[in-house]
Design a protein around this ligand. Sequence first.
Ligand SMILES: [Zn+2]
Ligand SMILES: [Zn+2]
Length: 259
Amino acid sequence: MELIPLPAFSDNYIWLLHDGQRALVVDPGQAQPVLDALAARPALRLEGILITHHHADHTGGVAQLREATQAQVWGPALERVPEPLLRVQQGQRLQAAGFDFEVLDVPGHTAGHIAFYSADVLGQPLLFCGDTLFSGGCGRLFEGTPAQMLHSLDQLAALPDTTRVCCTHEYTLSNLRFARAVEPGNAALLDYQARCEALRAQSLPTLPSNMALERAINPFLRSREASVIQGLQAHDADTHAGDAIDVFARLREWKNTFQ
Ligand SMILES: [Zn+2]
Ligand SMILES: [Zn+2]
């Protein structure tokens, strides 16, 4: 079994998961990186394509890949994504390229965003979360409300500690700069930032992350922590500390304008 982030565009990853013979990819915004990866591994057959949401940088390569490989496509029940595909939503299970996944509805970044979770891929849980959860951050709220996004992130944060978190973008360093502004006293965050800087200096991915780490360093999973609320209040004195949705909304707004 191998889990490989294939770089696409300037900062996307198309996740490739395979068992040596059967393969699936997640959010192929471009076909070529996947076709190149398959050509380099002639034993692999692409059998599945998973789509988390409708944005073009997650779906642009789907039609070409389906034509080239006849792979089955699964995607969100409620979004405009290229047909044909099997539409799935919360609680549904699917088997792609021999791997079992459960579908989670995680609206916020888009209205119908879904995530794919497997409790056991070679002994460890695995999450493909698209643009909902990033390492050290979360997606922008293009279509959903802060309440929806907070609920979606709470659902992801409840997954096991060892869950490998496979996000679609390499945004980690810029997210961690913001996280440090929110929580300057978080030692785990400082340590993680140093490790990620070393990886990026060698052009290596910072992903996958894991859920225990994200709960320790990601301000958007920590918006109920006193240290996060304190950091936010220093920036935005109108924050209602007792209102989790207000805190989350203001945290996300701060990040939108953070340089
Ligand atoms: Zn997106
Ligand atoms: Zn994206």
